[in-house]
Design a protein around this ligand. Structure first.
Ligand SMILES: Nc1ncnc2c1ncn2[C@@H]1O[C@H](COP(=O)(O)OP(=O)(O)OP(=O)(O)O)[C@@H](O)[C@H]1O
Ligand SMILES: [Mg+2]
Length: 479
């Protein structure tokens, strides 16, 4: 660093010669006093020496006071306070120290300001990212977690070990290798408190401010893809299992008919009946699977046709009555005379109410009543998902059956989920009815609420939103 302008030039050489004179002054004073009083007089020598020592003391004291003031000022500079600058003698050695120190302090302050600004900009950029990002040091401590990471993993901004996010050995090994080799790596892992989630982590080396090795871990959640993959493979496994069971029964019967029952007309008749039942079950299953895939295809396209709920329910009930009579169940429709029109797909709505009434008849038991209660809600309850607080029609199918134990209720709309697998199969259920209901309700931006009490019965309520400006002409055609 070149010397500042105020340290160069004539002032500098002037102060050097003056300081030499100041240091020589005590000796000079002693010599002058000694000569003035006579060279042989010891008293004169003593006075001369005393005067010299006094001068030296005064000069030393002067310097000590100045050095102390300078030290105090330098300490103040460390804290950013420039105001306590000492009044040092112009051109003195203390001035040589003072100006470069001030210059250095100002440079440090500027560098510190820049570094704070960079750190703040980095934090702002990291927080603006939707995906979690973690900066870690060589001890695998998180030195910075962006807002998304804090939210996702419920951690503080800094000072927590990476093991609070994951203990996955794959991640820890990949991080160790990045820290040791400074070569980027990537790995997938699940956080410790949520095994259903999956994250892809890209780990890159990063130099720490203290010079040590660190790393940046950029994460991307892949749970949705994972869930879709799991659901797809579960679905294929379940569907093939559901098809295999009746198929195995049919193959077994064919073998029996060709073998031991070949010449037994009574057994043949019985086996053919079973074969027909199994074949029909397979047919129903395939039909339901097709319905499900069609609803899923249109899932993101809300229906655009205005429909009359009264016509839909009347149609569904007319279709279901023979089944209800056969099961000795009384169907009761409780519907207000004026019902607003809804936006809907008539075929799907028929299917939706048909499935709920079919279940109520099947699981409600004989000599009971199944009620279809319809009412208009000026504001649906806040728990009603997409219909919450909106004007809606509630269509509840209420039975007096044996009810459903509470632990099963949240899973009823899963594909192939049944409370009692054997019983449902025996009465011809595919386990897809409520899954179809859920998808139709979802497509209609509605909400399904299931309430059940063991021993008393169940209530399946569908809430469908009422469009803001009801049209008075009803059209019932497929959308
Ligand atoms: N009203 C009800 N009362 C008691 N249990 C019910 C009722 N509705 C549904 N369930 C239970 O929920 C399960 C799933 O119903 P879902 O309609 O999806 O399938 P399923 O009726 O067995 O077959 P299907 O595909 O023919 O409708 C049923 O197996 C049954 O155990
Ligand atoms: Mg059903």
């Amino acid at each position: 660093m070149p010397a500042p302008q105020h340290l160069r030039g004539p002032a500098s050489s002037f102060s050097q010669s003056r300081d030499t004179a100041v240091i020589a002054a005590p000796t000079l004073v002693a010599a002058v006093v000694w000569f003035a009083l006579g060279s042989t007089d010891l008293v004169a020598l003593a006075i001369g020496l005393a005067a010299g020592v006094l001068c030296a003391y005064l000069i030393a004291r002067h310097w000590i006071v100045q050095v102390k003031a300078l030290a105090r000022w330098i300490i103040g500079l460390g804290g950013g306070d420039e105001s306590q600058r000492p009044a040092v003698v112009f051109g003195s050695p203390l001035e040589w120290i003072m100006w470069p120190t001030l210059d250095l302090a100002r440079r440090l302050k500027r560098a510190e300001r820049l570094s704070t600004l960079h750190a703040r900009r980095l934090s702002t950029v990291l927080d603006a990212l939707a995906d979690p990002v973690l900066l870690v040091d060589q001890r695998s401590m998180i030195v910075e977690a962006n807002a998304a990471a804090q939210r996702t993993f419920n951690i503080e901004r800094a000072g927590v070990p990476l093991t609070r996010v994951t203990r996955d050995p794959g991640v820890l090994a990949a991080l160790g290798s990045v820290l040791a080799t400074k070569v980027a790596s990537s790995v997938t892992f699940s956080p410790i408190d949520d095994r259903l989630k999956l994250f892809a982590a890209s780990i890159a080396p990063l130099e720490n401010p203290d010079g040590g090795n660190g790393a940046v871990i950029a994460l991307r959640e892949q749970s949705e893809q994972l869930m879709i993959e799991r659901m797809r493979s579960d679905f294929v496994a379940n569907a093939s299992h559901e098809l295999k069971t009746p198929l195995a029964a049919i193959i077994g019967i064919i073998e029996t008919l060709r073998g031991p029952a070949r010449d037994d007309p009574a057994a043949r008749e019985m086996f053919l009946t079973t074969m027909e039942e199994e074949a029909r079950r397979m047919q129903r299953l395939v039909e339901d699977l097709l319905v499900l895939s069609q609803i899923e295809l249109a899932a993101r396209r809300p229906p655009e046709t205005r429909v009359s709920l009264r016509e839909i329910l009347d149609g569904t009930l007319a279709r279901m009555r023979p089944m209800a009579e056969a099961a000795r169940v009384r169907l009761v429709l409780d519907m207000p005379p004026d019902l607003p029109e809804l936006m809907g797909n008539p075929d799907q709505l028929h299917q939706l109410f048909g499935n709920l009434i079919d279940n109520a008849i099947k699981y409600g038991g004989p000599d009971k009543e199944v009620r279809i209660e319809v009412r208009v809600l000026e504001a649906a309850p806040p728990s009603a998902g997409p219909v919450a607080n909106r004007r809606a029609v509630e269509i509840a199918v209420v039975d007096q059956g044996e009810g459903i134990p509470p632990e099963h209720v949240p899973r009823l709309t899963e594909r192939f989920y049944r409370v009692d697998k054997g019983r449902s199969r025996k009465i011809g259920g595919t386990g897809l009815g409520l899954a179809i209901v859920k998808h139709i309700v979802r497509r209609h931006q509605g909400h399904l609420a299931i309430e059940s009490e063991v021993g008393r019965g169940s209530r399946f309520a569908v809430l469908l939103p009422i469009p803001p400006e009801p049209c008075h002409e009803s059209v019932t055609q497929s959308s």
